[in-house]
Structure formats: structure tokens, C-alpha cells
Design a protein around this ligand. Sequence first.
Ligand code: MN
Length: 267
Amino acid sequence: MNTPQTVPQPAELLAPPSWRTVDFISDLHLQASEPATFAAWEHYLETTPADAVFILGDLFEVWVGDDAVGNDLLDPAAGFDARCVQAMGDAASRLALFFMHGNRDFLVGQAVMDLCNTTLLADPTVLVFPALTEQRWLLSHGDALCLDDVDYMNFRRQVRSPEWQRAFLARPLAERQAIARGLREQSEARKQSGAQYADVDPQAARQWLQAANARTLIHGHTHKPAVHDLGGGVSRVVLSDWDLGATVPRAEVLRLTAGGMQRITLC
Ligand code: MN
């Protein structure tokens, strides 16, 4: 049995009347060792016709604090994180860019958002899009809805607390990087062992949608792109992850226009 969860009251974001095309992406897991995924994402940001791009979490494979980026993005010696933030800043100069935390990059802070003119979104947020017939779209990363993974839900409660984050960010950078490596190795070992991952709890998703007065939830996290009918006229739409280095490369955008919802394959 799942312990009863409190249903979050979502934040609201009102799309300006000028928006016609909105893109959603998530779970790119950007990392220096996967240059092809970075290149595809950078090219996508440069070429998308969208008025707004919503990144719904796990853009980065790992994020241990904004101080890892440094202050000069244009410094040729700047690292991989800085190149990512630079690409976001370039995109944000011609479209509206939004970022929501995932379970890998929940430590992305306001300092980096300011550096690249990106708006940090609360999880969940309702996008109110007056140009469309269906006007309210509930956006989430999705991990908070995977209630069957009790260990993860406990871990999540811990690491999302301001006290834990203050204490973690006060540690030296090298120490934070070592802790993050340890967590990734644990997660990799779990994946290799063939462990099953919890999926979004349909009852909780319905409750979230009801609280948001929305019919469609858009989320990532599970890496299982699909549309799930939740009954009663509501559904959830799952974004694809990106991996250009995979045997069958993946890079996909969910695009919303007055014409409906469309999945765009980029590779
Ligand atoms: Mn995730």
C-alpha cells in the first residue's frame, strides 16, 4: 500500500498570446562523455521554430552545484556544464526557455538560471495556453508520481529538503562530485541487475490532474514514451529520453500547436 500523498497545488504559467508553438523535452542526461547527444540538443535549440521550449527535468546527468559552472561562460577553458549553460543562454535570446528540476539535476539553482535567462518552473506547473482549444496542460518531471518506489520517495524527501541541500552545497566541490559519482554507480549497478523501476501511479496522476483542473499531464523520467488513457477523459503523455550514442539513437521533441500534439524525431 502506498502511503497517502498530499496532492500538490500546481503553480500556473500563462502563455502570452503571441505563442503558437511550444516544445517539450526531458531526460537528455547531458554529460561530457556523450558529445553526440550534446551536439543534437545544441543544434535543436538553434533551429527549433518553437516560441517556447520547456525542459522537464534531467537535462543534466548530474549537477552538484552552480559553482561548478564558473562565472565566465565564454572562457575557452570553461567546462562541459558551462557549454550547456551557454547553449541555453543563446536559445533564450530568441525564444522563451523554461527548466524544471529532475531527479538528477535538482540542484540547478537560480544563479545558473539567471546566467542563461531561463525560468525555473516548480514541479508541477500548469501551462495555460489560451491559443489552444485545450488550454490547461499539467507539467511535471514525473519522479514524484512513482509512488511504488518507496526507497526513492524517501531519498527524494531527504534531498529536496532545504537543510540537506544547504549542508550538501557547503561541502567542497570535489567532495560533492565524489558523492555524486557514488550515487551514479549505485544507480548503474541497480540498472545492470535488471531491477524493475516503478512507473507513474495512475491514481496519483488523476488526483494531480484534478487539482490542476487539467486533462493532460506531460512528463518525462520513466523513459517510456507513450500516451496513457487514465479514464474519465484524462491522460498522461510521456516524453522520450535522448541518447544519440545508443544502438538505436533517440532524440525526440513533443510539439504543441493549434493543430494538436506531435512527436518530432530528430535522428
Ligand atoms: Mn528522471
